[in-house]
Design a binder for this molecule. Structure first.
Ligand code: ATP
Ligand code: MG
Length: 410
């Protein structure tokens, strides 16, 4: 906002000042500040308060208060106009109250109060209250001027309400979109294992065919695998909502991260012997405080992501110390994650659109990883280009906020 010019201003210039205020892109608070600075040149007051009905609670709250002197803070003075404001709302008209006697000695004890209704929204009435301590009384011309200022105030408060409504609508839209995406992802993820289970069960139950034992075993193995997928999916959903609401319980021990990663890699090799993984661990890696099961879940998701989205590429896992932190890096030479999607990669249910057809997933894995790492007072970040992706985890050797529950090494 441009600084206000204190020199005498013609009525044309004044009008121009008011209109440029109304079209200003500054915040509603800055516009109100400027409005009352300008209007005080023509209309004297000590304090003013804007009371506005709150959209959610329906109560009359102080939206804005300004004190132009007389030794009191604007907030403390806001109570001067409270009962008058309620009366103005109730009667929906301008009301003027003046004290009995003259406040020559203690001006603060003699408030002249003028309240004018403002109605930025029909259901959200408000009041603009002006106070003059010790007079002079408000003349007819003052009242006209106050009404004109109240009209401008109404437009500015309306702008504020509209901005708030807009941001609420945007929030609702993004939540609705997230829910719609969630329902379509989950339906797809539920349907595909259920399809396998139903298909192979029906096949096994057919009375017109006798399956040999080997084939029966193959079919049952598929049914078991798909049932496990369903269980994992439901576990992920439960974990993500427990983590989101802070209900997840952590069981901290002294953990050897090097052994934990080796165990996970060995487990992966049993089911996916073709996945190329190289370990590059610094020697003398100390045990750190952590929940071994939850950390294993983090490594498991990063291993499974590398398998799904960088399938033929080599994955290098680095482990090294950096000051008081342990750094774990998962480096793959896959196709990478486009830059525009990188900031959203740790958000619940987010999947890169171009990759979502490549492999099954719900977009919960990295969200869960981030929550788990942050519960260890650590960080997880991604850097990615067309030649590969690096997920970097930093975990403190010891936790500042939490105590480990058992002094045992895992
Ligand atoms: P879930 O882990 O819940 O089964 P998901 O693997 O799709 O599903 P995340 O692990 O959260 O979910 O990963 C989010 C998205 O990030 C993935 O869908 C994929 O698009 C992208 N992504 C993750 N890791 C890699 C990677 N190493 N290379 C390329 N893209 C990746
Ligand atoms: Mg994943």
């Amino acid at each position: 906002m441009t600084p206000h010019n204190k020199a005498a201003t013609s009525s044309g210039e004044r009008l121009n000042q008011y209109f440029s205020l109304l079209s200003s892109t500054a915040s509603w608070k800055e516009i109100l500040e400027e409005l009352f600075l300008v209007s005080r040149e023509d209309f004297i007051f000590d304090n003013l308060v804007i009371y506005q009905t709150d959209f959610e609670t329906g109560s009359l709250d102080v939206l804005f208060a300004k004190s132009t002197g007389r030794g009191k803070s604007a907030e403390a003075d806001a109570s001067w106009g409270e009962s008058l404001a309620n009366k103005v709302i109730h009667e929906n008209r301008m009301i003027f109250e003046e004290p009995g006697g003259e406040g020559l000695k203690d001006r603060l004890a003699y408030p002249y109060i003028l309240g004018i209704p403002i109605t930025p929204e029909v259901k959200l009435p408000g009041v603009l209250v002006f106070i003059r301590f010790g007079g002079p009384t408000f003349s007819d011309e003052d009242c006209r001027y106050a009404q004109w200022t109240a009209n401008l105030t109404t437009s500015i408060v309306r702008k504020k309400l509209l901005d708030e409504f807009m941001s609420k609508i945007e929030n609702i839209q993004s939540v609705t979109k997230l829910q719609a995406d969630f329902i379509s992802t989950i339906s797809h993820e539920l349907r595909s294992p259920l399809g396998f289970i139903k298909g192979y069960t029906t096949t096994l139950l057919r009375t017109d065919t006798n399956w040999d034992r080997e084939t029966q075993k193959d079919f049952l193995e598929i049914i078991e695998r798909e049932t496990n997928n369903l269980t994992d999916l439901i576990e992920d959903l439960l974990d993500s909502s427990r983590l989101q609401s802070g209900q997840m319980k952590f069981d901290f021990h002294l953990v050897r991260i090097d052994s934990l990663i080796r165990d996970e890699v060995n487990r992966v090799h049993l089911t996916n012997p073709e996945q190329k993984i190289e370990l590059d661990f610094e020697s003398d890696i100390p045990a750190i405080e952590g929940d071994p099961r939850k950390l294993a879940q983090v490594f498991d998701n990063l291993l499974s992501n590398a398998r799904k989205y960088a399938s033929d590429a080599l994955l290098i896992i680095k482990l090294f110390k950096e000051k008081k932190h342990l750094i774990i890096e998962f480096i793959d030479c896959g196709p990478g994650i486009p830059k525009i999607y990188q900031p959203r990669i740790f958000t619940r249910f987010f999947r890169v659109p171009e990759q979502s057809m490549k492999a099954h997933g719900t977009g919960l894995g990295l969200f869960i990883c981030k929550q788990i790492v942050e519960n260890h007072e650590g960080t997880i970040s991604v850097s990615s280009s067309q030649t590969g992706t690096i997920f970097r985890i930093s975990l403190p050797f010891t936790l500042a906020a939490r105590k480990i529950t058992a002094e045992e090494s895992v």
